[in-house]
Design a protein around this ligand. Sequence first.
Ligand code: AMP
Length: 575
Amino acid sequence: MKEIIEKFDMENLIEEFERLTKDAENVQKDTLKRILEVNASAEYLQSLGLNGRTDPESFKACVPLVTYKDLEPYINRIVDGDVSPILTGKPITAISLSSGTSQGKQKFIPWNDELFETTVKIYQTSFAFRNREFPIQNGKALSFIYSSKLSQAKGGVTVATATANVFRNPGYKHAMKALQSPGCSPHDVIFSPNFHQSLYCHLLCGLLCREEIQLISSTFAHSIVYAFRTFEQVWEELITDIKEGVLSSRITHPSIRTAMSKLLKPNPELANLIHKKCIGLSNWYGLIPELFPNVKYVQGIMTGAMEPYVKKLRHYAGEVPLLTSEYGSSEGWIASNVNPKVAPEFATYVVLPQIAYFEFIPLSQLDGTKVELEPVGLTDVKIGEDYEVVFTNPAGLYRYRLGDVVKVMGFHNSTPKIKFLRRSNLMLTINIDKNTENDLQLSVETASMLLAEEKMEVIDYTSYIDLSKEPGHYVIFWEISGEASDEVLGECCTCLDKSFVDAGYVSSRKVKGIAALELRLVRKGTFQKILEHYVGLGVAVSQFKTPRCVAPTNTKVLQILLENVVENYFSSAYN
Ligand code: AMP
């Protein structure tokens, strides 16, 4: 009976999705009306003279496009405990702390129950489509999820990461129960204050019920790769724990020790089996299916800044499919992957028209010549065009410029299917050169092929503009596996330089308006230190994104990088 209900629910969900996406234009109007009506008493909206109007035309005429900076004074009042209706009708009692790793600055984002509902809706929608292609039956999930620290702002508002706000919602377990396979890790492991200890125990919990694990997931793919890189370091210790039924002394947190002691008992047979499997692998290729023989897929956000980790993930996953999940942010969800069989590199996301009111600024308007930006509506976007995403959500963000650039790849019924391209802020620029995080990613991908020939890989990378000497130059930091020769690294450096094909960069390099690109090799573990630095600031490991360009103001990250440089190389291109 239970299975029938679950199946029925899932089909219902897909039907609802089809109905709403067929009528996206009207659904958008209704969504906007709902948001504006519920929040009509908010000071922000009152001051803009909408006077009860909820139609898109009046909305666009009265409400300005904003960035986080514009809303910051309002949000700061909420954080400081002002409970008057500032941005929303009902007071905001929780704040999500965005990772800030892509933009360099953590943001405080209003969080409320309506955002929780949209989160559940998007998880359920993606799950329904995923489950249609890859059904999970009576299995468990190994989910590398970590709840960040919860804190109380001085005004009493709870501050946590968006993922922690989701997990701690009393409705979360219930809402997800029918759809998700239960996680294999106890609550105390997820909510541990120490992510290293959580991660170790997540791995241990997964191994203890290895046959039951049918899916492996995290919010962003980085955490899954990070988890299996950690496995490479600690596998023997994990096996000892299983063999002896005693938890490693590295786990010191009492609540985790208590929770894990309920699961652990001596199991030499399982320990031997896992040991045999591990030593039988070549360079850990296919580790995931070897450890978890019934795993159906690996799932997490794998596009955008996560794409550089897909190769490594595929190495661990062997033949197991990699599924990218949703597209969203701490500010709110945007779209769902309804074609899970498509490889992450080609994946698109379908915008859910009922979860927010969406607008799109054509990228051509952002070249600096247009005085007034004119975003288009959700159903008016054009296939093949690039846009910056703007949304109005039920938690007090109105015409909010998210700072992401997407390409419209097609339509699902009448709602667009988009591909995430990049963050909109330009990253690498010295004079007339303009290189985005995609250009950097492509350059690193190309150069790392030279390393791959030597059976080595780039573990992680970032960049920096060095203006300490005239002319300035690009610096790229690499952490690599293995030991590459100076010759190979020198070639990689020149290749990095040559792979930036932006006309402004190439011409500046040729006339020495930009000096030779520098590759700085950093010690193993440097990027882990950067991750730890962000975790210390309250970022959830599962939301972490390596900053791809470090601003001079980001002194701590810069210090970590500079202290760990072991070698540097200069490009010989354009000599
Ligand atoms: P945060 O609010 O810190 O979780 O970060 C949200 C940002 O992560 C978004 O604005 C995007 O830049 C990025 N992001 C989220 N989902 C995806 C996705 N599916 N593909 C690519 N980038 C994504």
